[in-house]
Design a protein around this ligand. Structure first.
Ligand SMILES: C[S@@+](CC[C@H](N)C(=O)[O-])C[C@H]1O[C@@H](n2cnc3c(N)ncnc32)[C@H](O)[C@@H]1O
Length: 259
């Protein structure tokens, strides 16, 4: 049996957080425009949080990786935001952003896009300052009954899981278990948001190929409902800039469900 630290170091070897950011979140240096998939996902998250009724004391993002953008629209709605991941290296990339380090990934194009969606009531700089105040970083593992083990936090008003479950789960059974584990983190009446991909089976980070669980809409919906949620929205987007040889993805989905 592998120890937790062995598993984490193995994960660090396979998941190159810096390279991942460059390949999947790098923008054209000339135009600084965010891609169509990001506009779809950020637009969904904006609409969800702009309504104002998904708010409260805490939000947990599970499997955030080195990526800051899924909580941009939520950042003013919660007192505490726990950004969590299996790999320490990924959390370190977020930490660098929060501490304004020189070699931190630059999220400005995405911050600008989100501020624009919000009618520019805030600036990218102010939004980043807001995030610095309420984000806490924590390890997680969706295969554990308490994914935040050894930490415990009060059940959250909202949990976001983006691009994580098709990486962390190898079979539909593992997907079901992970959703049950994640459900334990959401308070009754709280919300679950999933952003993930349909029909994808691998992606590349540089030369490293990582396998993915191929999901369809039915498997997602059935298991989310079985984990104690009622689905309020399910939106699918299918216009990708990433070449098929790098990520054999057909569709991204955004789901909002209430416990
Ligand atoms: C493709 S990345 C997605 C990162 C980011 N959320 C995004 O949308 O770009 C998949 C993430 O799932 C994380 N992950 C893999 N296995 C996990 C597990 N058992 N528990 C929690 N996170 C896991 C990885 O460390 C990685 O950060």
């Amino acid at each position: 049996m592998e120890s937790v630290s062995e598993i984490h170091s193995k994960c660090n070897n396979n998941f190159n957080a810096k390279k991942y950011l460059e390949v999947y979140y790098g923008v054209d240096p000339k135009t600084q425009q965010v891609d169509i998939e990001s506009k779809f996902v950020l637009g969904f998250l904006h609409d969800v949080f702009a309504s104002g009724h998904i708010a409260g004391d805490s939000l947990i993002e599970i499997g955030a990786g080195p990526v800051l953008y899924h909580i941009m629209s939520a950042s003013e709605q919660f007192n505490s935001i726990y950004m969590t991941d299996y790999c320490e290296e990924s959390l370190h990339e977020i930490d660098k952003c929060l501490h304004g380090q020189k070699d931190a990934f630059d999220w400005t194009p995405y911050l600008k896009y989100v501020c624009n969606l919000e009618g520019n009531r805030s600036t990218p700089k102010n939004k980043m300052e807001q995030m610095k105040k309420n984000i806490k970083l924590m390890k997680c593992d969706v295969t554990l009954a308490n994914p935040l083990h050894p930490n415990t936090v009060p059940q959250a008003d909202c949990v976001i899981v983006a691009g994580c479950l098709i990486c962390a789960c190898k079979t539909p059974d593992e997907f079901r278990n992970a959703l049950n584990n994640i459900s334990s983190l959401v308070r009754p009446g709280g919300y679950l948001i999933i952003v993930d991909y349909l029909g994808a089976s691998y992606y590349l980070i540089g030369q490293t190929r990582l396998d993915l669980l191929s999901l369809d809409e039915n498997i997602v919906k059935q298991n989310v409902m079985a984990a104690g949620f009622s689905i309020e929205e399910f939106k699918v987007g299918n216009n990708f800039g990433i070449p098929y040889e790098i990520f054999n993805c057909k569709e991204v989905f955004c789901l909002l469900a209430k416990k």
